[in-house]
Ligand binder design. Structure first.
Ligand SMILES: [Zn+2]
Length: 302
């Protein structure tokens, strides 16, 4: 390849990842990430845990990403799993408006259904109303069990609440759900997990079959078995398998930028005009270094 492709991973939980991951992602061409707020594997017991987590998504984590040359955005919401603890969910709902306006918060997310319980439904709908009130995009987590019905239900509820489908990114699609999502005018994101579910081999065929309009590739890498390089790896496999570069650029960069750019908070100039890494910087007196020599790039011209 003559020029190095750039990538956006619009769904990756960097809080759970290491600095090695940031370095590898930057080296592979990832220039920007979106970190959805989600569940941390163990249920939180008090609202303060949510507050500190949301604060880190708009504070420490964007700083940490910047130290490795990656622009970090996030989405803020009450995840479906923890929506089932209603007394706590009520308090988290009160917290959301304090964060949605913040710089770098590009959508309400990730929200939706897990087990499709009444409590999940209640807080999904309340958050859709919140998104409407704030004029924000929505990033929807679709259930891994009963996927097709859960995906259709998620879209129907969005429409019922009067959301514009082009402002809603439906994530965790597969071959069974993608056509319905595109037909209804929603944006279809695909999470590429290593060795299971939606692997990148299958993703190549999805793009071959359904094209590249309104289709987005992401990693959803988190604290579980997952791969923060899923986007660049899938892009590389697409090129090897003869998918035209323009379709690779759309699905692994441009469509995510176009979709989340509607927030007005995510702009290409953020990474194109970036000053370069300066690891002498501190965040509330903290650095990412442990006595290493700080890496400092002089103003880079891309
Ligand atoms: Zn996620």
């Amino acid at each position: 390849m003559a020029k190095k492709l750039q990538f956006i991973d619009p769904h990756v939980h960097m809080t759970s990842r290491t600095t090695d991951d940031y370095e590898a992602m930057a080296a592979a061409g990832v220039v920007a990430v979106i970190e959805p707020s989600f569940w941390l594997g163990q249920p939180r017991t008090q609202v303060g845990s949510f507050q500190d987590y949301f604060s880190s998504l708009v504070g420490w984590e964007p700083f940490r990403a910047s130290q490795f040359g990656i622009k970090h955005y996030c989405t803020i919401g009450l995840n479906s799993k923890e929506a089932n603890n209603e007394p706590l969910a009520e308090q988290v709902m009160d917290l959301l408006p304090l964060y949605l306006h913040k710089e770098g918060v590009v959508a309400v997310g990730e929200i939706g259904y897990d087990d499709q319980t009444p409590a999940e439904d209640k807080y999904f709908r309340q958050q859709l109303e919140l998104a409407k009130e704030f004029g924000m995009l929505v990033q929807v987590h679709t259930p891994h069990r009963d996927k097709k019905a859960g995906t259709i239900k998620s879209m129907e509820v969005c429409l019922e609440h009067g959301l514009d489908p082009s402002m809603v990114i439906i994530d965790h699609n597969n071959e069974e759900t993608v056509q319905e999502v595109l037909d209804r005018g929603f944006i279809a994101a695909f999470t590429i997990y290593p060795k299971t579910k939606m692997g990148n081999e299958r993703m190549v065929e999805v793009v071959r079959r359904f094209g590249s309009d309104n289709i987005i590739v992401d990693s959803s890498a988190d604290w579980g078995v997952s791969d923060p390089l899923a986007v660049p790896k899938t892009a590389s496999l697409m090129l090897t398998r003869g998918i035209p570069e323009i379709d690779v650029v759309k699905t692994c960069y441009q469509n995510a930028l176009d979709a989340f750019g509607k927030s007005g908070k995510m702009k290409e100039e953020h990474w194109q005009n970036a000053k370069g890494i300066d690891q002498r910087q501190l965040f509330q007196d903290n650095s990412v270094l442990r006595g290493q020599e700080p890496k400092v790039e002089s103003d880079k011209i891309v």
